[in-house]
Design a binder for this molecule. Structure first.
Ligand code: PMP
Length: 440
């Protein structure tokens, strides 16, 4: 075969890993000390099946939902059924000049379940692109209105919005991940990170800080771009929903658009369908992704209001010049439609609530551990923060010994399990988080 490869399925695990090492980039790779990766053979329910046992387990409970996405677990028959049916009809067709039912149904459904003023849906192919599109919409809106100087963004420190150019510019500038580019990226306005604690009373001083920055930079600000309630990959921090109301009011007062990035928090993860629902706040632009397809296919969405869309349409260039090849992919939109319907037909609130209680109970054991700074739980998200950088290899191995897949980073050991995780598996995930925190 090509490159002397044996036929599909005939590679040994050792051969596969050697080819992987030689040829394949992984996220944020190469990551010394964490290689080699585990070879996953298949996945069903909340279990990942390995090609070769790791620390004595050939099956792992997935504590990560494949980075927030696999909320229904793997291989859910409703999703595989929707994919199969769509595959038979048409897996892809260009979206320029053509349209189709899966994309239209999904867009209408998203408009129905998101706050009222959002009405126009851009179907992107990844979260980062959804954020790029959101920023482009905002800049173009102000340009159309004759305010081209309004092209900067305000965000709070500690955030994460993706790995392409505009999203990188609103990631935490001190977080280490993108600081290599700090001299090259668009220069944005950074507010302090919100004071920690979902249930903490709103800090009036911090609210003034946000209002003051928005007021001072209003003439050059196109938008505020933030993750509501939970800052994910930037540090797994929770904050009071009250600050979203502060942002909404200040944005309205000073003429700045509000973009909420719910790519990680959307679809029930924090205990409300969208995290901004904790505050009753509607953005001008909303980014969704990850759990949108139940984690089965790559798809994201950017929703905006008629005001934003109408502004763009009145511009000198009256179109949103963005149109990826796989925009509105029929297979992905069909699965997304099925996933959203499945989620809403289930008692997702009850499921997330049960996981939340399980995580609170199980992670309480980490509170007394030496080296543990904080334990926090919100919805189906559990975080143990250490007072030092974790030894990632040791922490990962400790979780594997418990038969659980976790992906600790920096000073954080955390989990966001699929909503279908039962009480026994939730308890095992908690044991693994505690073991990883102790080892790391
Ligand atoms: N925004 C947030 C809040 C995210 O968590 C992520 C992904 N971790 C992204 C944007 C980027 O999404 P993607 O990885 O699909 O490009």
């Amino acid at each position: 075969g090509p490159a002397g490869l044996p036929p599909a399925g005939a590679l040994t695990t050792a051969e596969l890993l050697e080819l992987d090492r030689r040829h394949v980039w992984h996220p944020y790779g190469p990551m010394p000390g964490l290689r080699p990766p585990l070879v996953v053979d298949s996945a069903s329910g909340v279990r990942l099946r390995l090609a070769e046992p790791a620390e004595g387990h050939d099956e792992l409970i997935d504590g990560m939902s494949s980075w927030w996405s696999a909320v229904h677990g793997y291989g859910h028959p409703v999703l595989t059924g929707a994919a199969r049916a769509q595959l038979e009809r048409m897996s892809h067709v260009m979206f320029g000049g053509l349209t189709h039912e899966p994309a239209v149904r999904l867009a209408a459904r998203l408009v129905e379940i998101t706050p009222e003023p959002l009405r126009h849906v851009f179907l992107a192919d990844s979260g980062s692109v959804a954020v790029e599109v959101a920023v482009k919409m905002c800049l173009q809106y102000w340009r159309s209105l004759g305010r081209p100087a309004k092209r900067r963004l305000l965000t709070w420190r500690g955030g994460y919005h993706g790995d392409t150019w505009q999203p990188m510019s609103v990631c935490d500038p001190d977080g280490g991940m993108h600081h290599l580019w700090s001299g090259v990226l668009p220069r944005q306005v950074f507010a302090d990170a919100p004071p920690p604690g979902f249930g903490a009373p709103a800090d009036p001083g911090y609210a003034d800080h946000l209002r003051g920055l928005i007021a001072r930079h209003a003439d050059e600000l196109a938008a505020v771009v933030v993750e509501p309630v939970v800052q994910g990959a930037g540090g797994m921090r929770f904050h009071s929903p009250a600050y979203l109301r502060v942002l909404r009011e200040a944005c309205d007062e000073y003429g700045v658009l509000l973009v909420l990035d719910e790519i990680a928090t959307g679809f029930g993860r924090t205990g409300e369908l969208f995290a901004a629902d904790h505050a009753g706040v509607a953005p001008d632009v909303l980014c969704l992704g990850k759990a949108l397809t139940g984690g089965m296919l790559t798809l994201a969405a950017t929703l905006c209001t008629p005001e934003v869309a109408g502004g763009i349409a009145r511009g000198e260039v009256p179109v949103l010049a963005h149109g990826p090849t796989f925009m509105g992919n029929p297979l992905a939109t069909a699965v997304a439609g099925a996933s959203v319907d499945l989620l809403l037909s289930r008692d997702w609130r009850g499921e997330v609530g049960r996981i939340e209680r399980g995580l609170r109970e199980g992670l309480a054991a980490a509170e007394g551990l030496p080296g543990v700074r904080d334990v926090r739980v919100l919805g189906a998200i559990g975080v143990v923060q250490l007072d030092h950088e974790a030894d990632l290899a040791a922490a990962t191995r400790a979780a594997l010994r418990e038969g659980v897949w976790l992906r600790p980073f920096r000073d954080l050991v955390y989990t966001m399990p699929p909503y279908v995780t039962d009480a026994a598996d939730t308890a095992r995930i908690c044991a693994a988080v505690c073991a990883a925190a102790a080892a790391g």
